[in-house]
Design a protein around this ligand. Structure first.
Ligand code: NDP
Length: 476
């Protein structure tokens, strides 16, 4: 018997993906650089389905039916290139190499172009959901050629998470589109987590509430519009007691956030494309600030706060304000992320269906949430929606909460509680809806010092004012 699909790289992710494939009835070829991982997979889980183990890459390739479909699940970066280089001479025209690791999309574009030269398909695939998702059903975001998806679609859609009978997998777009979308997914995840952290801080500082009490508030929120995996686990984390001290677990966790880099990639790309993703950027910088140890040590107790003592009078009204501010800020972060997808899609010719992206994020992945249905519906109403926030549902949802949002951001500022994501999202909201922005002055300044020219509100064309001489206006 020949295998229908293969997995090389059998650390936690590859091992679980291979098991998921086998459990779904596919015959899976398995290989790992060091044979031990392959052998232990067969020993521990060989009874879960049909596996064909190989110690050498050549045997692994030979065990696959054609066109070969090979998932590479190794450490991202150099190791991925090394494995591809070893594979290519063993493959034949039409074979499909799938990189399911966390590659940066420019690398995927480069690898896709190189393998296309050899008549091979290279499919950079975003896989979200971590270890558990890989085993039980991840959200899968494959890029590469549309032709490759005719082979991969039936397999990936079967092993993906299913929501209401719909698989959390769809063809995203050519070359690096899949890894790009996975990157933005992770960026949105950063924003979501930061917003939740700010809500927690506001409840803690405004109400003087304990972690357990705040956990109950999050559990309650998880029954409404905010229902999501991240809110659910937040409630669970806040309820957890530290076995060492007997106090709240979160209170003993060091407040320095780490990152593996996908948030940074997302922000770097947004700068390249000129898309304001302030929510994701502030979330990424907030992690950086938390880790700025010498700066924080120099500032703590030194920089004056001149803040009042926060005395929330109506507890329930305050909690509801924070909830509304959180929801509105979250909508902004997603709206910005979808803007970035639209901009990249235009830049790279990917033709990404944004509604479909929201659909395949409903299950399997970290940002899975009830409200993603609303995003899919918005793009069903208008596939070319220029701004998610301007969809009728979101206009109303955010509009209903905007007064609460302003109160929260104002109180946070008055009381010296940092809310970079809440505040910048509100500033974005007010910026994007403004009839007139102060960019007129920026243009005038640019023309003054650099003769960069400006356009006028009342006439077509480009103009320059001769600032240093007679201040006459000339048309360029
Ligand atoms: P690791 O990222 O820890 O990588 C270990 C695997 O890579 C091992 O199989 C190892 O082989 C192999 N490897 C490393 N270097 C080489 C090389 N030069 N040649 C051949 N094989 C090599 O594994 P994970 O399972 O944690 O992650 C796999 C991929 O999935 C990564 O790209 C990671 O970023 C991504 N990932 C995705 C997650 C998600 O939620 N989507 C979560 C976690 C990871 P050996 O055993 O011989 O050392």
């Amino acid at each position: 018997a020949r295998a229908q699909i293969g997995v090389t790289g059998l650390a936690v992710m590859g091992r679980n993906l291979a098991r998921n494939l086998a459990r779904n009835g596919f015959t899976v070829a398995v290989h790992n650089r060091s044979a031990g991982r392959m052998q232990s997979l067969l020993a521990d889980h060989g009874d879960e389905g049909e596996f064909i183990g190989s110690e050498s890459l050549a045997d692994f390739v030979a065990s696959l039916e054609r066109p070969r479909k090979i998932i590479v699940m190794v450490k991202a970066g150099g190791p991925t290139d090394a494995v591809i280089d070893d594979l290519v001479p063993l493959l034949e025209e039409g074979d499909i190499v799938i990189d399911a690791g966390n590659a940066h999309f420019p690398d995927t574009r480069r690898r896709e172009a190189a393998l296309r030269e050899h008549g091979l398909h290279f499919v950079g695939t975003g896989v979200s959901g971590g270890e558990e998702g890989a085993l039980l059903g991840p959200s899968i975001m494959p890029g590469g050629s549309a032709e490759s998806y005719t082979w991969l679609g039936p397999i990936f859609e079967k092993i993906a998470a299913q929501v209401d009978g719909v698989p959390c997998c769809t063809y995203v777009g050519a070359d690096g589109a899949g890894h790009f979308v996975k990157m933005v997914h992770n960026g949105i995840e950063y924003a979501d987590m930061q917003l939740i952290a700010e809500a927690y801080d506001l409840l803690k500082q405004g109400l003087g509430a304990s972690a357990a009490e705040i956990g109950e508030i999050f559990a309650e929120w998880n029954t409404g519009d905010l229902e999501s995996f991240l809110i659910e686990i937040t409630a669970g984390v806040l309820a957890h007691t530290d076995p060492v001290t007997g106090g709240a677990f979160v209170d003993v966790v060091l407040d320095q956030a780490e990152q593996k880099g996908t948030g940074r990639w997302t922000v770097q790309n947004a700068l390249d494309l000129g898309v304001p993703i302030t929510g994701i950027a502030e979330a990424t910088f907030a992690r950086a600030l938390s880790g700025s140890v010498p700066q924080r040590a120099a500032a703590a107790g030194t920089l004056p706060a001149h803040a009042g003592t926060w005395d929330v009078i109506d507890r329930d009204a305050f909690v509801e304000d924070v909830r509304r501010a959180l929801y509105a800020s979250k909508v902004v972060a997603y709206s910005q992320g979808f803007d970035q997808i639209a901009a990249a899609s235009a830049e790279f010719g990917w033709d990404i269906d944004r509604g479909a992206m929201a659909r395949i994020w409903r299950g399997g992945c970290i940002i899975r949430a009830r409200f993603l249905n609303r995003i899919t519906e918005a793009y069903e109403r208008d596939a070319h929606l220029p701004l998610l926030l301007a969809d009728e549902y979101f206009t109303q949802a955010v509009g209903d909460g905007v007064t609460a949002w302003r109160r929260i951001v104002a109180q946070a500022a008055l009381n010296g509680v940092p809310t970079p994501a809440f505040s910048s999202s509100l500033a974005y909201y007010d910026g994007v809806r403004a009839e007139r922005l102060p960019a007129n002055l920026i243009q005038a300044q640019r023309d003054f010092f650099g003769a960069h020219t400006y356009r006028r509100t009342d006439r077509e064309g480009s103009f320059h004012t001769q600032w240093t001489t007679d201040r006459a206006e000339v048309q360029e």
